[in-house]
Each structure stands twice: as structure tokens, then as C-alpha cells.
Design a protein around this ligand. Sequence first.
Ligand code: FE2
Length: 339
Amino acid sequence: MKRAAILLLGLGLGLSAALPARASASEVVVYSARKEDLLRPVLDAFQKDTGIKVTLLTGKAGDLARRIEVEKSDPRGDVFLGTTAGIAELLRRKGLLSPYFSPAAQEVPEEFKAPDGSWVGVTGRVRVLIYNKNRVSDAELPRSFFDLTDPKWKGKVAVASMGERTTVSWLAASMALRGEEATRQYVRGLRDNGLKVLNNNTEVRKAVARGEYAIGITNHYYYLLQLHDDPASPVGILYPDQGADGIGAPMFSITASILNGAKHPEAARALIDYLLGPRGNRLLVQGEFEIPLIPGIPVPGEDKGVKGLGQFKKARVTQVQLADLETRVEKLFGPFLIP
Ligand SMILES: [Fe+2]
């Protein structure tokens, strides 16, 4: 009897020591700028593996940021997932994030992490060109984003408005690597060449697949989403600016961060660990058709020409550098890039 009680006590202690976070953390509230259906598989797996219930609120990154600020004295969210680092960096500067260095984040390259641990990239996306194979032959393909101001592309190119954070980050990469004046000239050149601004990246991929535009400036996973919707789509993917003097294709990361004053900090940390762990990250990458930032996770679409980290020339710019330029980009180009 006595022995059994001691044994049980011992087991109990062992368990609570092994599972300090999970045992008491039963809920986590996620504010996400990523679409629910893309996140659902990983969040369901997290819930199943840890017993922590996930409540998800999705919205535009900017709207969620405003909500986080309004709620700062009584935070309702625990984790913020952004589509680029820009909004997370703004939240960090306002003191709205709580730093966390996840052990699982060690292998994420430094350029995708906030130096103070406020946010971490969990997956990556690449800015590419998609094209309609019936409208552009291989020989005619542009080699650079900056070729698209050529008269031969007049009226043939579409891009999403700045309602898509990645449109902002794409021009921020140009600002960082080519300077403000060259970027202003570039945007003017695109506009003069009849650049079509659509509401979002989904409209861009669909319009290119239908052949309304020969070329779309978008993110690599829209190419995969298009093929997922309709495998017969005549679309191709092109990594621009890959030559010796090319600036490379910009990459952006989906970022995860914990809100300052979060009510469920242990569950929040457990979720970030999970998103960067082998099982969670694989599901996240697959669900989103994204590129893994940690080794050992397969690249979705590799058989369809999608390239993983290290397999293409990446623009030499950190997520913090991009974030720093985003407000300026919105001010300069927002008025031109409206649908
Ligand atoms: Fe997107």
C-alpha cells in the first residue's frame, strides 16, 4: 500500500517534470493572417498531439495588428502568424510581442529571425513570375522582374495590390538592393507599360491561367495552388534575376510570434516549438505549399520545378531590412498599385 502510494507519487512527479508546459496549458488563441484552410492540418495535428485546444481567428495582417494594439491591456490572442515579417516587426517596435527563442528555431537561418527573439520565420515563400505557356514561349521569357517594363510586355503583366503584404515586401526588396530612385522609376515604368493591378494573388494566378495576362508577378505557391485547382492549367514558373549580376529572387517568411501579456504563454511556446518541429513543420509546409526553412523537410512541388532553399539565387536581404522599408513602400507606391 505504502509502496504503491510512493510509486504513484513518483510517477506523478515524473510526469509533471516531463510535461511542464503541456500539462497546464489547455488552450491557445492564434491570430493568423494565413488562410484557415492552409493552416488547418497543422493546427489539428497540434491539438491532437498535445491536447491543447486551438482557437483560430483569421484576418488581414494589418487588421489583426490593429486589433492586437487595441487589446494590449487585456490581450485575447496568444500567437500571431504573419504573412511576412513586416507587421510582426511593427508589433515588436510597439512592445506588443514577447521574445521567445524556441530550441526548434536553431536551424532557421538568422536572416529569417528577429535578433531579439520577438518573431521567427516558420516557412518561406519566393517571389517569382508565373506565365501562361500558350502566350509566352520559352525563348521569349523575361529573365528579370525589371524586364517587365519592356514594351513587348505592354498590357500583359498582372500583380496583386498592396492588400497583399508580399507585394509590399517585393518592392521593399527592390528598394533595399537597387535604391529608392531606381525603384520609383521601375514602378513608373510598369505603370506606363499597362501593369494590371488585381485585388489579390489568387486573382493573379487565375487570370494568368485563363490567358488574360501572359505573366503574373506573384509568390511561388500560387503556381502550385493553380495546379492543385486545375492540373491541366498551362502555367509555368520562372525564378527571376538569377544571372551573375541579377539581384536574386526575394524570399519572405511566414512569421510566428507570441503576444506580450498572452494569457497562455506556455501553450503559445508549445505551438511555436511544434510549428518548427519535424512533424508540425512538414504539415505546415505541405498545407501551405511553402518552402521549408529548416533542413530535412521535403519541398512541395519539387517535381513541378519549385526550388528549395539553396537551389536558387536568393535576394541578399534580411527580413528585418524588408520590414524597415515597408512603410516607405506603402507611402510611395500604394496610390499607384490599386486595383
Ligand atoms: Fe498569399
